[in-house]
Design a binder for this molecule. Structure first.
Ligand code: FES
Length: 160
């Protein structure tokens, strides 16, 4: 069996508190075959272990839009598809591939309008504070946890 490939990630997107953290065993490597995802929870932290086309990564199991769990979404190659609002994110760089239908702010603060997926009926836009909340909701980039393979298990650095 060829060694597992770990997906490198942009250093700026490393999860806070993980630089000095010790590694914690999660699941055996054999339980994360190519193309699969697993949720790992410790305390109130939910981490997504994902075996993408470009390698294995650990990111928050929370969409950077409104925190929906990616683990019940879809993995397509290197792209995570959120189960809500059609948001999609590239694991290779943490960037948004498809902005959520609800619109809002990019990680860099640019406004993106709401949109309607093809084949679906446009909903009436919200008003008042709900509209304001949507417009100001910032969709950040993915956040990564360092990982390694040790004794056949996937270990990730978790903040204390
Ligand atoms: S919570 Fe993921 S796209 Fe909205």
């Amino acid at each position: 069996m060829s060694p597992a490939r770990l997906l490198p990630f942009p250093p700026a997107l490393q999860a806070p508190g993980t630089a000095e953290a010790s590694f914690t065993a999660t699941v055996p490597l054999s339980e994360l075959p190519a193309g699969s995802m697993r949720r790992f929870t410790r305390g109130d932290l939910d981490v997504l272990l994902v075996h993408s086309e470009a390698g294995i990564a650990a990111v928050d199991d929370r969409c950077p839009h409104m925190s929906a769990p990616f683990s019940v979404g879809q993995l397509e190659g290197c792209v995570l598809h959120c189960p809500l609002h059609r948001g999609a994110f590239d694991l290779r760089d943490g960037e948004v591939v498809t902005f959520p239908t609800t619109g809002g702010l990019t990680a860099d603060g640019e406004y993106r309008a709401t949109w309607t997926p093809a084949g679906t009926e446009a909903k009436p836009p919200p008003s008042g504070s709900k509209a304001d909340a949507r417009a100001l909701t910032r969709v950040r980039r993915l956040r990564y946890y360092p990982l390694r393979i040790h004794d056949g298990a996937i270990e990730i650095a978790l903040p204390a």
